[in-house]
Design a protein around this ligand. Structure first.
Ligand code: NAI
Length: 328
């Protein structure tokens, strides 16, 4: 199949070369993220490969539909950047890569949680300027904490298992209970989870129902000094409400790999520009906030899986009209 892959990073190229031969695709790689402004580049291609940082909104999908594109394969797990209704309307089949190594994200969630709990980011910054003092660096131990997991699917479960080694109390909330997770956690309703957790770790997809799940009202239900960890999606949190919570001390720490308006900022170098997003700029200033640029997924194992499985889906679509990773 003739495929155009957008948002291709240098570290994906070797995997594209390997798997396009295996799955018999002729793939054109481009660096720019997909959006309505460059959808025209898909002219003459049946398949389009994108990442979670691409803007496959109504206009973008309509544009590729007019060009005759039949398949849209995301190399990411989340599909909140894709207007699935418009894709359906134009009969464009969509796939994602839900099954790449969950450990990439779960191990990262443990890492950033510990960074905030033990003020590791502050310690590194200080040592960089030869400040070896201890003042303000005292942390606390995970074994005495209750950790609440929102979303106990593949990544949530892997994160629960990873945290289970620290002997803290683990609780969880999900729309559907996971039998395996029950070996490690007690399921609670959402309000109970908010009330009981010292640390809340988000592992659910972003949907219209849970948009801004972390907001002024839910923050008010949380324990004083709660630590919020987000390796899922930025839209799960109302960033302005987070600022309010951090200013009052209600939120004791935030570790996040994602931000609602990250597209156009994350995954590129802005050292020489002035960030226009005042909310992000404010959040970056808190000493107890740790931001990482949406790279929890970024391990050699996961990147290879993401390229392979997306090209496999395009091949399945071509041969059978279906894919095991089709998103409906
Ligand atoms: P999954 O589909 O295996 O699990 C998601 C779980 O969330 C399911 O059990 C589902 O029932 C639950 N859920 C859905 N809506 C919910 C709600 N409103 N409240 C509570 N639970 C809800 O997905 P997986 O693989 O565990 O991924 C989870 C999310 O992690 C992805 O959707 C994506 O947004 C994010 N992610 C982030 C990455 C990063 O680099 N930071 C990389 C990969 C995924």
């Amino acid at each position: 199949m003739k495929v155009i892959a957008y948002a291709v990073r240098p570290d994906e190229i070797a995997s594209f070369e390997e798997y396009s031969k295996i799955y018999n695709h002729n793939v054109t790689l481009i660096k720019e993220s997909f959006g309505p402004h460059n959808a025209h580049l898909a002219e003459g291609f049946y398949g389009v490969s994108i990442l979670g940082n691409c803007k496959a909104n109504k206009e973008g999908i309509e544009a590729i539909a007019k060009l005759g594109v039949k398949y849209l394969a995301s190399r990411s797990a989340g599909v909140n950047n894709i207007d699935l209704e418009t894709a359906k309307k134009y009969d464009i089949k969509v796939s994602n890569v839900p099954a790449y190594s969950p450990n990439a994200v779960s191990e990262f969630a443990v890492g950033i949680t510990l960074c905030v709990l033990r003020n590791i980011q502050q310690a590194i910054r200080r040592v960089d300027v030869q400040n070896f003092g201890l003042s303000g660096l005292m942390g606390s131990e995970l074994r005495n904490k209750t950790i609440g997991f929102i979303g106990t699917g593949r990544i949530g479960l892997a994160t629960i298992k990873a945290f289970s080694g620290f002997s803290g109390k683990l609780i969880g909330y999900d729309l559907y209970e996971n039998e395996e997770a029950k070996k490690y956690i007690e399921y609670k309703n959402l309000d109970e989870l908010f009330a009981k957790s010292d640390i809340i770790s988000l592992h659910c997809p972003l949907t219209p129902e849970n948009y801004h799940l972390i907001n002024k009202e839910s923050i008010a239900k949380m324990k004083d000094g709660v630590i919020i960890v987000n390796t899922a999606r930025g839209g799960l949190m109302n960033a302005e409400d987070l600022i309010g919570g951090l200013e009052s001390g209600k939120i004791g720490g935030l570790a996040t790999d994602v931000y609602e308006n990250e597209v156009g900022i994350f995954h590129s170098d802005h050292r020489n520009s002035i960030l226009e997003d005042d909310v992000l700029v404010r959040l970056l200033k808190f000493p107890n906030v740790l931001f990482t640029p949406h790279y929890a997924f970024y391990t050699d194992e996961a990147v290879d899986n993401m390229v392979e499985y997306s090209l496999e889906s395009l091949s399945e679509f071509e041969k059978t009209g279906k894919s095991k990773n089709e998103v409906k």
